[in-house]
Design a protein around this ligand. Structure first.
Ligand code: NAP
Length: 239
């Protein structure tokens, strides 16, 4: 049974990944930070059907907490770097604190987690790293320069690490979601959502399960020849 760690899995996309991986026979570690109540509810929901699920609390923007998290859970075969925050601000209003919080949560976290996960994967000659970027990391989002920069950094990290780890049997890929209905988009009005649907070729907004299915595909044994890629799951919004 393969061990999968999903960062930021108390809610939204990460929570759906946890449900889907548990359902598909993986041993799932749910990382959470602030949403303890939601993480515990998710754990109860999943464990009522699938016993191989665990909770681990850590702020993944903190390298010490990431190290402690890996020490407590042990060897991970599949790492999904999903934890993230968003913020909408004019570029000229972004403070040093905003910038540092964005980069540490959305980019450095992936560095810390990959660094901790890789020794076991390299020894084992097998691993899957799936990083959750964003279509704004591909094309840039107005009033989200720090978010876009962090998500573009995730794409660079993915491509370079894939080059380095290919011979070790480890694939490193990126999913770049479009607009997915989660708490992260709860500020959008009904009119905003209609406008976004109109701008999307499929005429729809994505669901957390759209991302979970893509992650399951990339984690699969059969996806071993796919590495260093950015898989857009965005209804065609960005091509
Ligand atoms: P969400 O519903 O707001 O959930 C964010 C998750 O990240 C929560 O589980 C949260 O955990 C966790 N998190 C935040 N900071 C953390 C930290 N320092 N340490 C550990 N966990 C942390 O967001 P989502 O929509 O599911 O987004 C998931 C990922 O997809 C993010 O990387 C996001 O940028 C990306 N994405 C989302 C969309 C979208 O439209 N929704 C589009 C493109 C990309 P706690 O609540 O427990 O702190």
């Amino acid at each position: 049974m393969k061990n999968v760690l999903i960062t930021g899995a108390s809610r939204g996309i990460g929570a759906q990944c946890a449900r889907s991986f548990a359902k598909n026979g993986y041993n799932v570690w749910i990382n959470y930070f602030k949403s303890e109540y939601k993480a515990k509810n998710l754990y109860s929901e999943i464990s009522s059907d699938y016993p191989f699920v665990h909770l681990v609390k850590a702020d993944v923007s903190d390298p010490v907490q990431v190290r402690e998290m890996f020490d407590s859970i042990g060897e991970i075969d599949i790492l999904i770097n999903n934890a993230g925050i968003s913020q909408t601000k004019l570029f000229t209003d972004i403070t040093d604190e905003d910038w540092n919080r964005m980069i540490s949560t959305n980019l450095s976290s992936a560095f810390y987690c990959c660094r901790a996960a890789l020794p076991h994967m390299i020894n084992n000659k097998w691993g899957r790293i799936i990083n959750i970027s964003s279509m704004w990391g591909q094309v840039g989002g107005s009033c989200e320069v720090h978010y876009s920069a962090a998500k573009a950094g995730i794409i660079g990290l993915t491509k370079a690490l894939a080059m380095e780890e290919g011979l070790s049997g480890i694939t490193v890929n990126c999913i770049a979601p479009g607009v997915i209905m989660t708490d992260m988009n709860s500020h959008l009005s009904d009119d905003d959502i209609i406008a976004l649907k109109n701008d999307t070729p499929t005429g729809t907004i994505g669901t957390p399960d759209d991302i979970a299915q893509a992650a399951l595909f990339l984690a699969n044994e059969n996806a071993s020849f796919i590495t260093g890629q950015v898989l857009g799951v965005n209804g065609g919004f960005v091509v």
